[in-house]
Design a protein around this ligand. Sequence first.
Ligand SMILES: Cc1cc2nc3c(=O)[nH]c(=O)nc-3n(C[C@H](O)[C@H](O)[C@H](O)COP(=O)(O)OP(=O)(O)OC[C@H]3O[C@@H](n4cnc5c(N)ncnc54)[C@H](O)[C@@H]3O)c2cc1C
Length: 427
Amino acid sequence: MDRNVKYLIIGAGISGLTFANYADGDYLIIEKEKEVGGYCRTIKKKDYVWDYAGHFFHFSTDEFKKKFLDSVNPEDIKYKDKNTKIIYKGELVDYPFQTNIHQLEKEEFIDCLYDLFHKEEKEDYDSFLDMLYGKFGKSIVEKFLKPYNEKLYAVDLKTLDKDAMGRFFPYADIPAIIDNMKANKDSTSYNNSFLYPRNGAGSFIQILYDALDSSKILMEHEVVKIDNEHKVAQLDDGSKINYEYLINTSPLNHFLGYFEGEKFSALKNRLSYNKVLVFNLGFNKKSKFTEEHWMYIPDKAVNFYRIGFYDNILDADKLSMYIEIGYGKEDEITEQDVEMQLKLTLENLHKLGIIDDDTKLEEHSTIIMDPAYVHINTETEKMVQQFKAEEEKNGIYTIGRYGAWTYCSMEDCMIAARDLAMSLCQG
Ligand SMILES: Cc1cc2nc3c(=O)[nH]c(=O)nc-3n(C[C@H](O)[C@H](O)[C@H](O)COP(=O)(O)OP(=O)(O)OC[C@H]3O[C@@H](n4cnc5c(N)ncnc54)[C@H](O)[C@@H]3O)c2cc1C
């Protein structure tokens, strides 16, 4: 059955749902999964509440914070001053590494300090790696920033733009580093405190969903083809939808594949990104680490780059964790890989002293985030902006972390979706 709609929205993640919340009523959301929420979904197994890896809200505006908090029982919200560590050579060092080098062994500290004072700053940098060396010097880069980010991004850091992490990168100059040593207070992070709903990030998604007319959300349907000239989208069941505006929140590397034409496939092939294999793990008892919220692991001998402790955030009495493992764009993550990585993860958690001989795994879930972190580089960034500008003339807008092909938070996604909806509705 063919339909006509003013706003056709691809995806019921936080971006698509927010857009619909601010659109003027004539919308249809197409969502390929059984549940709404995209990467902001929550999984519940027995006593454990898990997201798609850690999903914490670091609100910078009051509007969305209020929208959520007004609809949730105050007792169901946990407020935390973040406690994050790096496991470096078997010891815990506060994150970020660059402002906490005074916590290292004396010789390592001196190396870091020496290189920090003798670094060769430049006016401009060729790449993310070049920027790291220029701003922090050899030792800080080679002890933490390079190995950690290589594990995370699963790519040569020379191929990333100097601003690949935008405001999410904890920049610090020498005075800030020295201040931190004196005061032992980190002022360089964007997220020194955060809040988390007891029922997971998905409970905020539910609030956005409840405000919508569920008959305007078509679940388990996928957009597979777009005729941008005639403003028609085709679904996997063959049906066609005529739209005035198409709002895409699906990953750009997939979205480009819905169009016909060389220029779309050329850009699609240029886009680079990583995948993240996530394990959520529920154990029978607490770890000896009872205060930490998440930890960074630069050691390449350990398979994961970041781990988090839901139990320390939710004040639960059994260890409940997420584990993140980076993969390259071309890597296939097979069932055998998942099995091997889970085994390795348990071994490494044991080696790091996070679990002991009496700790038993009670429940787990596996998630593959594909894409997870987009690789921002100058050349593709230009091509993406050009594609967006051209398609906006056809009434097509591509938003969200993956639709816009950027590095942003859930709140950023909501702000962009709200602003677009309001400007289209007013226009
Ligand atoms: C490891 C990791 C940790 C993160 N942690 C945080 C955090 O702590 N705090 C934070 O603020 N942000 C965090 N983020 C970022 C956050 O996940 C994203 O900003 C946000 O979820 C993006 O939402 P979205 O709606 O734009 O996209 P998505 O959540 O990807 O939603 C897109 C939706 O489109 C659907 N879809 C795709 N293709 C089609 C199709 N063809 N037809 C129909 N439907 C389709 C998908 O099923 C999905 O539901 C993290 C990201 C990662 C990778």
